[in-house]
Each structure stands twice: as structure tokens, then as C-alpha cells.
Design a protein. Structure first.
Length: 701
């Protein structure tokens, strides 16, 4: 144990003695780190990883290590603001909390009297906390009867694929990757986006394990692996089938495991045999020798009874066939019996392992007391179209009020020209809870100043490990900033919502999240608790599917009229189908950003430089483009001006638009989402950010 001893902070107090407070990183990252804040005279003076938390190991990523710059940023919003200029101008005047909340409540009351479905919440993972995320907000919107939001923008395609195959968002424990002998890092730039997993991968590498990266881009992670398969975007399922085909023809299959613990093997086997390496190589755009060699590496481990582990991430599911691609990859560990080992199997998300008491926390039963017990569902990924839809029998009422919290849709939602047009509607009443004047806040009628993680209570699960973390407030809220929970309590009070749940304070919400399943006193004392879970969860089957088996063929999908087997689906915008736009574009986060978060932290923005489009030298030369030239990347949805970078990371035929810069920081007030579409995935109704054809041309500086 380290010498750190935490003492509780008291919100609103100004202690003079230096003390430390346990907290948790709130951001959308699988690591969910525990941190320790040192407070002196009421001001946070140091933030460090908690050395007593095994998953964090005292180390924070570059982004969160600069978190105090965010907390004390000179542009923090510290008072409520009311719009005085045109929408999008970012012109506001200060207003009191009382006046702002009274007006917001009055407008929501009037709309709800006509049809509460005209009101839409819009939120995602600006914080991953269960309390400041949806803890009180969900209660408020359920009681109101507002439209429900389908929160799809990041992970729902992969989640649907995983649930259809394994039965839930479950997998191996991340710490056991340190003992694996072959690790496939599939669709993940772990060095930049999963740092603490990378630590375990490095331990395995030092012990002799082989690391293989599968990614269209030569990422920082790919550079540090033994092998990199730079496949075309959207071809992952074909590669997975080719690996299975080689396992079948060389008898690298664990027949006992397949017989006892899988469903649909014969059908999957027949389909896999249709995908020899030569066919997959042509589809994926990789040398056939690479596929054969990777399959041989897998087979060698099977023959030696050594663990093979796959760290799958969400990058590969942002195409039309993303859900099916996850299904195909998730079949592999069962086929080769990797689940027998605690260091074998697959991890995409561990969030399904947590016993969250969602009904108690989010209170969906309040819908039954609302004016609209069965409200419509709006997909957050099609917000551009939906904000522009008129009222109709199929759609319902036009969206007349939008309450945005924990998200920046004007920057992050696809086909952003339409999103901007929707937010610019003069008849749309928009409230944004924010820490800064983001692209979205610029279009608000009211901007309400939100607290940062150091200023409120919260409780966290993880999708990359299996610990519960508690966040205690370390400092009093700056200025007039208030937690999300406080705002929704105040609105509930003004609207006359009298259920006792609206009086629950934030610590009570933290306690309700897991109930008796987690020792809250231990959380208070240490800041983290590890779930008691099996070390090799599916060594003897026991998958959380209806059959209890790994469902290689899914009866549930068949009952919906869908292909029960993983399908290889071409992209909506497959390369070669549109000669006007011959290049595929993917848009992963820039290394120093996390989606649109941290873009305004000066040290991180300086490290990132400026918006860039990575190109292969041959693609650039064919267009007369040199490194550093200004280029315009465009398609029928829009155009975006940026600089070209010929750094060896983009494969031929693919350009990489690093995101997600705020639009207002772009050369022409746009970002890469000017080009992405609102087309959805095969499963999970998710966006297809990496299923996007473009053309690029050189333009004057």
C-alpha cells in the first residue's frame, strides 16, 4: 500500500490543511482510472493516478494528467447565460439561476401540456458516471414523458453483436492479458485509448507473447506490435472467417469445447469454409501470406494449449456490417477453445458484468405516471434529420425543445451540416448544460454551467476492467457551476414532481446504484472495489445467452428475420462504387483528444497542432499533394478544409481525418463530421462514421 491516506472533502468547505481525496476519471475510455486529488486551501493543486488501484497503477494518460487545466481553465462557464445574439453566434448575457430555471420550466410545462414528446433529452458519455450521467436526468425525463433517446453514437453495434453471440457485454478480465501468448489487438489504438491494457500487453510481450494489430491505420499501437494487418475499413468479418477457415482445414479447432459449449457450429463451419485466405485477402486488401501466418500463429497456440486473447475495440464496428463483424470475431475464441484459459478469450466490453440496479437508479416506472407512458424513441445518431422533420403521423410531433448534457452533438454527430441547420431553428428551444462554450453551446437559448469531476459525487463502472470506483468531490464548485443532478432536481421541483426520488441527494444516488451488491463503506474508504468474478468465466461454458452456450448461430436473430450467422456485409459506401469519391475515410480521435473533449485544453491542443488529413504518399502524389499542403476533402454531404499529412500511417485508398476538433477551430468552421453520413449499422442502430467515401484535392493556403 502507498502512503496516501485520503480524507473526505466537504462540498462548500474551504479547509486550510492539505489533504487528498479519492476520485475516478469520468471520461469515455475503457481504463476508468482511479485518481487522487491533492487539495490545499480549497484549491486542487495536484492530480495523480491512485497507486493503490491495481488497474491504474498510479499512472494517468496524457489527457487526464492535464485535468486541472480543464478545471481552472480561464474559459470555464461559471454563471448561467441567456442568448442575446443569433443562434450559433455564441453571444450571451449573464442571468441568475432563478430566472433561467423559472423560464426553462415554464417552457417545458407549456410543451408538455400539448405533447411531452416534443421535448428531447440529448446526452452521452461526457461523463461515464451513473449519477451525473443519467441518475437524476432519467428520472426527470421519465416523469415528464419526454421522447426517449436511443444512445447509439459509440458502441451499440458492437454491443448488439456481442450480446447475440456471448449473451452480454462480458469477456475476459483485462489483467489476465499479461499471461497471454498471442494477443490480437483488433480495431484499437491501445497506446492512445487504452493505456492500462497496453501495460498488460507489454508484460505479455516481454514474457514472449506475440502481438498483432489489425487496423486500417498504422497507429502508434501498430508500430509497437510484431505484425500489423492494415485491412480495408469494413472487412473485418471476412478476415475473421478466413482465420476460422484455416483453423478448420488444419484442424486447429477445439472440438470438445465446440461440441459442449457452442450452438450452431455446423452452420458456421460451412460458412467459414467459403472464405479461404485468398478470397479474404482480395476483400481486405492485405497479403494472403499475412492471413495464413496469423492463422498459423493461432494454430500453434492451440496445439500447444497456450492462451490466445483478442482485445477488440469499437473502431471496427463503425461501418454498415459492424455488428456482424463483432459477431464473427467473437466466435473465434470458442472455435479454438481459448475460453478454457483465464488468459484466453476476448474483451470488447466488461460493462455487462456489473450488477447495476438500473430500475432503482433511473426509475423507468415513472413513465407510467407521465402524460405519455410509451413515448417515441429518437436515435441520437440521426439527430440531423430528426431536428429537421416536421410533425407527422409516423414521426409524431416536431422536436420543439432539446436539453443537451454530457454531449456536443454539433461537433460529434454525423452529417453535421444538417445538425447545424437543426440547431439553428429559431423555433427550437435549446438548453445546454456545459463546462465550456462548445459548438453546441453556441446554439443554446440557455447555457447552464456544469461542474467538473472534482466538484461533485459520482460512481463508476468500467467497460475495460471489473472494478467499481467512487468519485468524491474534492473542491467546492467554482463560481455558480452546479452538478447535472442539481439542475434536474430544481426543474422537477418547479414542475411539481413530488415523488420522493427527486429529493435523493448525490451520495444517496451513489449508494442506490449498486445497493448491497457493493460494499459502499469500502468504497468510501478506498475509492474502489473489485467485483468478485470468475477468473476464467467461460471455461466450462455458462454464457449469459438463452442457451447458456456461445451462440455461433443466433436463434434470436433468426426470430427477427435476420441472418443467424455472422454475415460479411459490404459498406454502405464501398470503395469502387462511386468513381467521384474513390477514397475511404475513417475519422478516429486524435491522440491528445477524447472525441471533442480536451480540444480546448491549450497544452493538449498545442501537442496535437491542427486538424489533419493523413494520406498515403501514392494517393497524395496522384493529386499533386505534398506533405503540409492545404487540401479540401469532400463528398455530396459537404466539404472540409484541412492540412495533408504524409506520415506513413494511412494505407493506400484510405484517408484518415483525425477528430474530433470543434468546428469553430477548423479552418472553415467545419470538422470531419461534415462528411460522415447518418446511415446506420446492421445491428444496434449505430452510426457508420468509418463507412464514408470522399475525394481530396489540393487548395490554396
Amino acid at each position: 500500500m502507498s502512503a496516501i491516506a485520503a480524507s473526505p472533502a466537504i462540498p462548500g468547505a474551504e479547509p486550510t490543511a492539505e489533504h487528498v481525496v479519492y476520485g475516478a476519471c469520468p471520461h469515455d475510455c475503457p481504463d476508468t482510472c482511479a485518481f487522487v486529488t491533492t487539495v490545499r486551501d480549497g484549491r486542487a493543486v495536484r492530480l495523480q493516478g491512485n497507486p493503490d488501484h491495481a488497474q491504474t497503477g498510479g499512472v494517468l494518460c496524457t489527457k487526464v494528467s492535464r485535468y486541472l487545466e480543464r478545471v481552472y481553465h480561464p474559459e470555464r462557464l461559471l454563471q448561467p447565460l441567456r442568448r442575446v445574439g443569433p443562434k450559433g453566434s455564441g453571444r450571451f448575457e449573464p442571468v441568475t439561476w432563478e430566472a433561467a430555471l423559472d423560464d426553462i420550466a415554464a417552457r417545458l410545462r407549456a410543451l408538455a401540456a400539448r405533447d411531452p414528446q416534443a421535448i428531447l433529452p440529448y446526452s452521452y458519455a461526457g461523463t461515464m458516471g451513473l449519477v451525473q450521467g443519467e441518475g437524476m436526468a432519467a428520472r426527470f425525463f421519465h416523469q415528464l414523458g419526454a421522447s426517449l433517446l436511443d444512445r447509439t453514437i459509440c458502441a451499440s453495434a458492437g454491443a448488439a453483436g456481442l450480446e447475440a453471440t456471448l449473451g452480454g457485454k462480458v469477456g475476459m478480465r483485462v489483467e489476465h492479458f499479461a499471461e497471454s501468448r498471442l494477443i490480437l489487438i483488433w480495431g484499437s489504438n491501445s497506446v492512445g485509448s487504452n493505456l492500462h491494457f497496453w501495460r498488460y500487453a507489454q508484460q505479455a510481450k516481454r514474457a514472449g507473447a506475440r502481438l498483432v494489430c489489425i487496423d486500417p491505420r498504422r497507429t502508434e499501437t501498430a508500430e509497437k506490435c510484431h505484425e500489423h494487418l492494415a485491412l480495408r475499413p469494413g472487412t473485418d468479418a471476412a478476415l475473421a472467417y478466413a482465420l476460422m477457415q484455416q483453423c478448420i482445414v488444419h484442424d486447429w479447432v477445439d472440438h470438445d469445447y465446440v461440441q459442449r459449449h457452442t450452438l450452431g457450429w455446423e452452420a458456421l463451419r460451412a460458412r467459414a469454409l467459403e472464405w479461404p485466405p485468398q478470397r479474404a485477402a482480395a476483400v481486405c486488401g492485405v497479403p494472403v501470406e499475412q492471413i495464413v501466418a496469423l492463422a498459423r500463429d493461432i494454430g500453434t497456440c492451440v496445439q500447444r494449449r497456450e492462451p490466445v486473447a483478442i482485445r477488440l475495440n469499437y473502431g471496427m464496428q463503425r461501418v454498415r456490417g459492424g455488428g456482424n463483424a463483432v459477431r464473427a470475431v467473437a466466435c473465434l475464441p470458442a472455435v479454438i477453445g481459448a475460453w478454457r484459459h483465464r488468459a484466453g478469450g476476448l474483451l470488447l466490453s466488461s460493462s455487462g458484468s456489473y450488477p447495476v440496479r438500473r430500475e432503482a437508479l433511473f426509475r423507468p416506472d415513472l413513465l407510467q405516471r407521465s402524460p405519455c407512458p410509451q413515448p417515441r424513441v429518437i436515435n441520437m445518431s440521426t439527430i440531423g434529420d430528426d431536428l429537421l422533420r416536421p410533425a407527422s403521423p409516423d414521426f409524431g410531433p416536431a422536436i420543439e425543445a432539446l436539453i443537451v448534457y454530457n454531449s456536443n452533438p454539433v461537433a460529434v454527430a454525423p452529417e453535421s451540416a444538417k445538425v447545424v441547420r437543426g440547431f439553428a431553428r429559431e423555433d427550437l428551444f435549446t438548453v445546454v448544460l456545459e463546462q465550456f462554450c462548445t459548438d453546441t453551446a453556441d446554439y443554446a437559448d440557455y447555457v447552464l454551467p456544469a461542474t467538473t469531476q472534482l466538484e461533485h459525487w459520482d460512481i463508476h463502472l468500467s467497460y475495460g476492467h471489473t472494478d467499481v470506483l467512487l468519485n468524491r468531490p474534492a473542491i467546492a464548485p467554482l463560481g455558480q457551476a452546479r452538478p447535472n443532478t442539481w439542475v434536474f432536481r430544481e426543474l422537477a421541483r418547479r414542475l411539481g414532481f413530488d415523488d420522493p426520488c427527486f429529493a435523493d441527494d448525490d451520495e444517496a444516488l451513489c449508494r442506490q446504484a449498486f445497493g448491497e451488491a457493493v460494499d459502499f463503506d469500502l468504497l468510501l474508504a478506498r475509492g474502489h472495489v473489485t467485483l468478485a468474478l470468475p477468473e476464467a468465466p467461460f471455461a466450462e461454458g455458462g454464457f449469459p445467452t438463452p442457451s447458456g452456450k456461445c451462440e455461433l448461430a443466433s436463434p434470436r436473430l433468426a426470430a427477427q428475420g435476420l441472418d443467424p450467422l455472422p454475415a460479411v456485409l459490404p459498406n454502405h459506401e464501398a470503395p469502387g462504387t462511386d468513381p467521384r469519391h474513390p477514397l475511404a475515410m475513417i475519422s478516429p480521435p486524435a491522440r491528445h483528444f477524447l472525441n471533442s473533449t480536451f480540444v480546448n485544453v491549450v497544452s493538449l491542443r498545442d501537442a496535437e497542432g491542427e486538424p489533419l488529413l493523413e494520406m498515403h504518399p501514392e494517393d497524395a502524389a496522384a493529386r499533386g499533394i505534398a506533405d503540409g499542403d492545404w487540401v479540401e476533402v469532400f463528398n455530396d454531404r459537404g466539404r472540409h478544409r484541412t492540412r495533408a499529412r504524409l506520415n506513413g500511417r494511412a494505407r493506400r485508398g484510405v484517408v484518415v481525418g483525425l477528430g474530433i476538433w470543434w468546428r469553430k477551430m477548423g479552418a472553415d468552421g467545419t470538422n470531419v463530421n461534415e462528411l460522415t453520413s447518418q446511415a446506420l449499422t446492421d445491428l444496434g442502430r449505430a452510426p457508420t462514421f468509418y463507412d464514408c467515401l470522399v475525394q481530396v484535392r489540393r487548395v490554396p493556403a
